[in-house]
Design a protein around this ligand. Structure first.
Ligand SMILES: Cc1cc2nc3c(=O)[nH]c(=O)nc-3n(C[C@H](O)[C@H](O)[C@H](O)COP(=O)(O)OP(=O)(O)OC[C@H]3O[C@@H](n4cnc5c(N)ncnc54)[C@H](O)[C@@H]3O)c2cc1C
Length: 403
């Protein structure tokens, strides 16, 4: 078994891992990035929506590096939308303005990884990380049928939801109860407004979650849904729900009459909030692996890229002896921590509302369009915070009474 040594090894060439690798390599760190995929960014498991650079102050207002990181080249963007419509269980439509870039995710991931390799990082595709030592100094990988033992000063777990690397490092991973399961079709020939992203709530179509139509341009759209299995009907699969949405939803189904399914995908989205500790002496956990996702909209690309950039900076500082890796956690919490926490709190309120279509619709009505925007954008405004505190207070009281 051969052995090699790197300053930093990054497991996962998704947005989180590539961003760590780029940032560290730009400052002279000897980085190896490995991914088990044969084609970076493919298969696409994503709605492909990110806020436009102008919207970052509205969604992640303290993420000071977002403007630079999300100044995207045109060739990674398929479409741009300026509005979002949220359709409640009673089919009432609430619309608001919000600028979104709809990515070509395969190109986007390739662009990010290319930036890392241009900065000097080495990339191994078709390379599976089998096991990491708990001290983060060693990882066993399988490449071209051979097992290699790789040594590093810092190991980066950026291997996506249900991260094995984070588990090996003893830093935990998302609770399975907090995972949204998703299914998505790329549909062609759909009759939609190419400037409008649509989000649908309702127990019948997306229990414990929501369905989406994200326009890719040229009459194509990502049509998908994410649900929590604990909310769904017995014997009804994720595919059944998506097909029901496409064929039977009174508003949505009209848009798909001439539509065809061009490809199918799916995956997990961790919505329980970040794991308790995202670093150890020689390792960091980044992106979905760390639960860094906006819990009410499932947006994981912006936090992955931002936290990845911070992770790369933390590695540089550690290797120069200027800081330990706690800098990583302190810094990502200061840039996106408040918003990620707010997302989890809002999700807990939404969870209760989603148990009943009537309650969900009533909440939509009481607060009108404003609250819908805040829920989708993970903004915990005063009224929402009040609802959260009341709901959690009631829950605690009920638990005490049950004892
Ligand atoms: C259906 C769906 C729709 C979504 N829509 C959106 C959206 O519209 N907007 C948005 O912002 N977010 C969306 N997300 C979430 C977003 O895709 C993730 O948050 C984002 O990809 C996180 O990036 P990451 O780098 O942390 O993880 P990933 O992108 O999952 O990358 C992890 C990488 O690690 C590799 N890997 C895993 N294990 C190993 C191993 N043992 N050895 C080697 N390599 C390994 C994988 O091959 C993968 O390339 C969606 C997710 C799903 C499932």
């Amino acid at each position: 078994m051969s052995e090699r040594h790197y300053d930093a090894i990054v497991v996962g060439a998704g947005p989180a891992g590539s961003s760590v690798a780029r940032k560290a390599a730009e400052q002279g760190v000897n980085v190896l990035i490995i991914d088990r995929k044969r084609d970076i960014g493919y298969p696409i498991q994503c709605g492909e929506l990110v806020p436009t650079v102008e919207e970052f102050p509205n969604i992640l207002p303290r993420a000071k590096r977002a403007e630079k990181l999300f100044n995207l080249p045109k060739w990674v963007i398929s479409n741009t939308c300026s509005r979002v419509a949220v359709i409640g269980p009673s089919k009432k439509i609430h619309e608001f303005n919000f600028g979104q870039n709809i990515l070509d995710r395969s190109r986007f991931d390739k662009w990010l990884v290319m930036n890392a390799t241009k900065a000097g990082a080495e990339l191994w595709t078709c390379c599976n990380a089998i096991k990491a030592e708990s001290d983060g100094r060693e990882v066993l990988v399988k490449k071209e049928g051979k097992i290699l033992r790789l040594k590093a000063n810092v190991l980066v777990a950026a291997d996506g939801p249900s991260s094995n690397m984070a588990k090996n490092l003893g830093l935990g991973s998302s609770n399975p109860k907090d995972l949204i399961v998703t299914m998505e079709y790329l549909m062609g020939g759909v009759e939609i407004d190419a400037d409008l992203t649509e989000v649908y709530f309702g127990k019948e179509y997306a229990p414990g979650g929501y369905a989406w139509i994200i326009p890719k341009g040229e009459s194509m759209a990502n049509v998908g849904l994410g649900i929590r299995t604990s909310f769904s009907e017995r014997g009804v699969s994720l595919k059944d729900y998506l097909d029901r949405f496409i064929n039977k939803h009174p508003i949505a189904s009209k848009k798909f009459q001439k539509g065809a399914i061009l490809s199918r995908t799916g995956g997990l989205v961790p919505v329980g909030g970040p794991i308790e500790k995202t670093y150890s002496e020689n390792a960091i956990v980044v992106g979905d692996a760390a639960g860094q996702v906006m819990a009410t909209n499932g947006g994981g690309i912006p936090p992955a890229v931002i936290c990845g950039d911070i992770g790369g900076e933390a590695i540089v500082q550690k290797l120069r002896g200027e800081n330990d890796l706690s800098f990583y956690e302190k810094e990502w919490k200061s840039e996106v921590g408040k918003e990620l926490d707010a997302g989890v709190k809002i999700r807990k309120i939404v969870d209760i509302a989603l148990r009943s279509d009537k309650l969900a619709e009533r909440i939509f009505e009481i607060f009108e369009g404003k609250i819908v925007r805040e829920v989708i954008l993970c903004r915990l405004s005063m009224p929402l915070n009040l609802v959260y505190k009341t709901v959690m207070g009631l829950r605690r009281t009920l638990k005490v009474l049950e004892r």
